[in-house]
Write a protein that binds this ligand. Structure first.
Ligand code: SF4
Length: 398
């Protein structure tokens, strides 16, 4: 998933947008099985001490809140909370309730906050989803990934097509907002089949859909199999056809792209992810979580330890699992701002100083091609620009 997940994970921004309320990302690093294309920080669950995990997450939350006390307050509470993974639908709901309760007690959860959890159909029966909803989740992001048995097999998923439809139906009854994730471009997938899938899902009244192209990420089982000669993903031209078909079908179904891989009806965009792609502040807790905040005039990136046991040990010793803390340099601000902002349909606002740092010859050529547009400092990629975004970024940035 171009990665499906990378795009949904904390990424850059910069200091100019500190007026927005912050977000909180909570990483639950466990799954029932490891999908062969997945490069997320996910591990097989085994037997877990749930009380230990609850105490550790609460401890790190308290530590992060103290670290960011000048940024996060009753006046500037969290507008969004996102439980990602891994598989958060395997997370004991009482841990979700405990974390949200801790925020609520301190007045740090904004009224109307968007509280999302990712879920997988294999671990999202009615009882589990109802418990998550009772714990405070008001938006569910369901990892369907494919709507055909061959697709689920190709992607190494453990749920069936029937499981996916059942989980979606239950989620739509329980949650005010539901999104589904799909992956396209797997081996053997046809354009006609994908068009049927998009038509079926477009009829369900979903207001948000994420459609990611399958990419072969380093370090995954798919990367090993590719090195051994297997062709697991559609070749480039076919992938572009899938992409264009996706854009056209979903726009016709009332779900235009507001980000390169994310589609929503007006007002149903994922506020938490928008905060990443724009230039907000957020804290991250749990193994391998990333947070970025603006403190004392500096842009700070904080990453926690990736290994679940290593993170638990660190929290037990220090009260947090922080692994690295980096101050972002101005040129990194520009890179992140452009990389994230050009993914958005709304584009990105650059200051005159930032715009002057771009390669002006390349910029002029991309504007002429129609891959980018510019108005009053707002730089926007067209659909054709999105198709070659890596190419554009590599040439624009200093
Ligand atoms: S369920 Fe999601 S996080 Fe877990 S291994 Fe599969 S793709 Fe990765």
């Amino acid at each position: 998933m171009l990665s499906g997940a990378e795009l949904n994970r904390p990424a850059g921004q910069q200091a100019a947008c500190t007026d927005r309320k912050p977000g909180l990302y909570v990483h639950w690093p466990f799954c029932e099985s490891k999908c062969p294309y997945c490069d997320f920080n996910s591990h097989l669950a085994g037997a877990l001490d749930n009380e230990l995990w609850k105490r550790a997450l609460l401890a790190e939350l308290d530590w992060m809140l103290a670290r960011a006390e000048s940024l996060i307050s009753r006046q500037q509470p969290f507008a969004t909370v996102f439980f990602g993974g891994g598989t958060p639908s395997l997370m004991p709901p009482d841990i979700i309730a405990a974390l949200l309760g801790r925020l609520d007690q301190q007045g740090l959860l904004a009224s109307g906050a968007e509280i999302t959890a990712e879920a997988n159909p294999g671990s999202a029966d009615r009882a589990q989803l109802a418990a998550m909803q009772a714990a405070g989740i008001n938006r569910l992001s369901l990892g369907l990934q494919a709507l055909q048995p061959e697709g689920l097999t190709q992607l190494g998923r453990i749920h069936s097509v029937a499981d996916g439809w059942a989980a979606l139906e239950t989620a739509q009854k329980l949650f005010g907002a539901v999104s589904a994730d799909l992956i396209y471009g797997w081996r053997g997938q046809s354009l006609a089949g994908w068009q049927d899938d998009l038509a079926r899902i477009g009829q369900l009244g979903l207001t948000h859909l994420s459609a990611y192209q399958l990419t072969i990420e380093p370090g995954t089982v798919f990367a090993t199999r590719t090195r051994q000669g297997e062709v697991l993903a559609a070749e480039e031209d076919l992938m572009a056809d899938f992409y264009e078909l996706t854009q056209a079908c979903l726009a016709a179904a009332g779900l235009p792209a507001y980000e390169i891989s994310n589609h929503a009806a007006a007002g149903a965009e994922c506020r938490h992810n928008l905060n990443y792609w724009r230039c907000g502040d957020w804290l991250g807790i749990g193994p391998g979580a990333v947070g970025r905040i603006s403190l004392a005039g500096q842009r700070l990136e904080m990453k926690t330890r990736r290994s679940p046991q290593g993170w638990l040990d660190a929290v037990a010793r220090h009260g947090h699992g922080l692994d690295t803390q980096t101050i972002q340099q101005p040129e990194e601000d520009l890179t992140e701002r452009l990389m994230m902002g050009l993914r958005l349909a709304e584009g990105v606002q650059l200051s005159p100083q930032q715009a002057a740092q771009l390669d002006q010859q390349q910029l002029a050529s991309f504007l002429t091609e129609g891959w980018l547009t510019e108005a009053a400092g707002q730089l926007t990629a067209s659909q054709a620009g999105w198709l070659r975004l890596d190419h554009l970024l590599a040439r624009l940035l200093p």
